[in-house]
Design a protein around this ligand. Structure first.
Ligand code: MYR
Length: 281
């Protein structure tokens, strides 16, 4: 069965990777006043970080419409595909996955397998890459979904933000009442649990938070099994490169990527956010 792979823009996959593996992109958008920008198409991460410095009001974000999904799935069917695996950011923080599910019921002649990554950013990107490699090798959508479920067992992601107010304002932080109020200055480690973002540990400085992520990573990296990992940053390229160099020197058996929080996710995590994700390929 000829199977196409779709992911949304919040995977922040490099264009070259998408093109090489034939991964289709459906964008989410950021909205500044009455201007809407589809990320990765109308606006890059650098343009976003420049714009938030000039714009008086903070942006909001929106998921792709069901109509956009229907148009994309229809075009894929017209290219001769019989199935699509459509991989999306966590359904606990966005309605994007549900949009794919709904659109899937509206396009005849194409089997749509919407997949909830239960995460976002390059962690989601890793799912899309594995799925695309399997699709290129002619594997069935069922095999691809089974592999993605298996990946979920080893995939980890921890991140910190410079200012918790962004996540709180966007309503994307769960179970953090104890951290809010006078404590917005702390740098708690965050992670996804049951599809939503929760505080993992309360940490007071950025340096200590990075050190704690390194300890968590070491628990897996020191087992010696191959891992793929990505450092994800919100406009901190130098810090991300330094961290990658340090970790690569310590763990030469790990393949490291550097990725970024683009416009939509950066709207919710704020500039300065930093994270690490990894899994066993
Ligand atoms: C929408 O408008 O539908 C998009 C909402 C996106 C919420 C993003 C919340 C932060 C996600 C952080 C991901 C970190 C992954 C390592």
């Amino acid at each position: 069965m000829k199977t196409a792979i779709v992911t949304d823009s919040t995977a922040y996959l490099p264009k070259e990777v998408r093109e090489r593996l034939g991964i289709r992109l459906i964008p989410l958008s950021v909205i500044f006043g009455n201007e809407t920008y589809r990320e990765e198409i109308d606006m890059t991460a650098d343009e976003f970080f420049a714009k938030i410095k000039q714009h008086p009001t903070l942006p909001t974000t929106s998921q792709p419409s069901v109509g956009e999904f229907v148009d994309l799935f229809t075009a894929i069917r017209e290219e001769g595909y019989e199935a699509v695996v459509s991989i999306h950011l966590s359904s606990g923080i966005s309605g994007t996955y549900q949009g794919a599910v709904t659109a899937g019921t509206m396009v005849d002649g194409l089997r749509v397998y919407a997949y909830d990554s239960e995460i976002s950013c390059m962690a989601q990107g890793f799912y899309a890459i594995e799925a695309a490699e399997m699709a290129q090798a002619g594997r069935s959508p069922e095999d691809i979904i089974a592999r993605l479920d298996e990946m979920k067992q080893t995939l980890r992601a921890y991140f910190m933000v410079d200012d918790l107010a962004h996540l709180q304002r966007g309503g994307r932080l769960t179970g953090a009442q104890a951290f809010i109020g006078g404590l917005l200055q702390i740098k708690p480690l965050l992670r996804f649990e049951n599809k939503v973002i929760v505080p993992f540990e309360k940490i007071r400085t950025r340096k200590k938070a990075i050190h704690r992520i390194e300890e968590l990573f070491a628990e897996d990296a020191e087992k010696g099994v191959p891992l793929k990992a990505a450092i994800i940053h919100a406009n901190q390229p130098d810090e991300a490169s330094r961290w990658r160099d340090e970790l690569s020197a310590r763990y030469p058996h790990v393949e490291f990527w550097i990725s970024y929080f683009g416009p939509v996710i950066a709207t919710h995590v704020g500039e300065g956010a930093l994270g690490l994700t990894w899994y066993q390929p």
